[in-house]
Design a protein around this ligand. Structure first.
Ligand code: FES
Ligand code: FES
Length: 156
């Protein structure tokens, strides 16, 4: 079945079954491998992307449910001020270890800051709760989100 979806501002026409998960479309059809497969069951957060700015798990999001919504992936998140602030903060705090979970972490963190520019520790924990990091980078992730919140407010 043919669908046209908007990914990172670009209309993409695809031909897949309607129940195909968005993650499969991104990685296997469109060749955008920045979004990762972890569990396939909405349990780990590795596959997180934005739909109309909200963080969602692309492994359990059927392509037929997307309609005209705008999809943003890790490949384009740096084009937004919040996404750029997050990426800078991630580098400054040297968050990444193996890296596998990190695109999902960045997508969840940037959705959080876009909707809540001054998150408390509890807000951060609630927003990041579903993103698992087997390397245990949670402390640095929290510091990086706080750093990004500060630089984003200063417009840096
Ligand atoms: S791969 Fe989607 S939540 Fe784990
Ligand atoms: S950095 Fe290795 S799983 Fe998170």
């Amino acid at each position: 079945m043919a669908f046209t979806i908007t990914v990172n501002g670009r209309a993409r026409r695809i031909d897949v079954d309607g129940d195909t998960p968005l993650l499969w479309v991104l990685r296997d059809v469109l060749g955008m491998t920045g979004t990762k497969f972890g569990c396939g069951m909405a349990l780990c957060g590795a596959c997180t992307v934005h739909i109309d700015g909200a963080a969602i798990r692309s492994c359990v999001t059927p392509i037929e449910s997307i309609g005209k919504s705008r999809i943003t992936t890790i490949e384009a998140v740096g084009a937004t001020p919040v996404g750029a602030a997050i990426q800078k903060a991630w580098l400054a705090e040297e968050v990444v270890q193996c890296g596998y979970c990190q695109s999902g972490q960045i997508m969840s963190a940037s959705a959080l800051l876009a909707s809540n520019p001054r998150p408390s520790d509890a807000d951060i924990d609630a927003a990041m709760n579903g993103n698992i990091c087997r390397c245990g980078t949670y402390v640095r992730i929290r510091e990086a989100i706080k750093r990004a919140a500060q630089t984003n407010q200063r417009g840096a």
